[in-house]
Design a protein around this ligand. Structure first.
Ligand SMILES: [Fe+2]
Length: 166
């Protein structure tokens, strides 16, 4: 069986794509929102995803040559299950004009609920990535980014909770 395999360079590239999608989503959501505190929150989240992307870019640049080219070894079962899934997850992240336009019609409440979904997907992706990158350097950085994505969920939930009370 010829399972899909990734090298570290490709894995970090997928992570950059995921973060890039987050940046685009948050910028479009910010532009779609009208309340200033929501615009401010979404803009801040865009900035934080930008920081995540830069960290993955740096991690990729700093990969030792040995890690860069080495394929991540997984058992065949894991390889077919995980890597197909991970690839699909990264590739499903397309954010263009049509997606931005669709956000423009959403109530602000729904923008935040979409943001929650995005954050949850990012965390799932990063946890999978961490499993695959277990033998690589950068595991601590991935942990730190996962914690920050969790914090984004808290920020969004706090805002949603304040809403339901008002
Ligand atoms: Fe996030």
């Amino acid at each position: 069986m010829d399972a899909l395999r990734f090298n570290a360079d490709e894995i970090y590239q997928m992570a950059e794509n995921i973060e890039d999608h987050g940046i685009r989503f948050y910028e479009a959501a910010r532009d779609a929102a009208s309340k200033s505190e929501i615009r401010e929150l979404l803009g801040r989240l865009a900035e934080m995803e930008r920081n995540h992307k830069a960290r993955f870019t740096r991690m990729r640049a700093e990969l030792p040559e040995r890690d860069r080219r080495n394929e991540i070894s997984l058992s065949l079962e894991e390889a077919s299950e995980n890597s197909d899934y991970l690839k699909a997850l990264a590739e499903s992240r397309v954010f263009g004009k049509a997606e931005a336009k669709a956000l423009a019609d959403l109530p602000e409440n729904d923008l935040l609920i979409r943001a929650l979904d995005l954050e949850k997907d990012s965390i799932i992706f990063l946890l999978e990535l961490k499993e695959m990158a277990a033998s690589l350097c950068g595991k601590d950085d991935i942990d730190a980014i996962i914690r920050e994505e969790l914090n984004h969920i808290r920020m969004i939930n706090t805002r949603l909770a304040a809403w339901s009370k008002s």
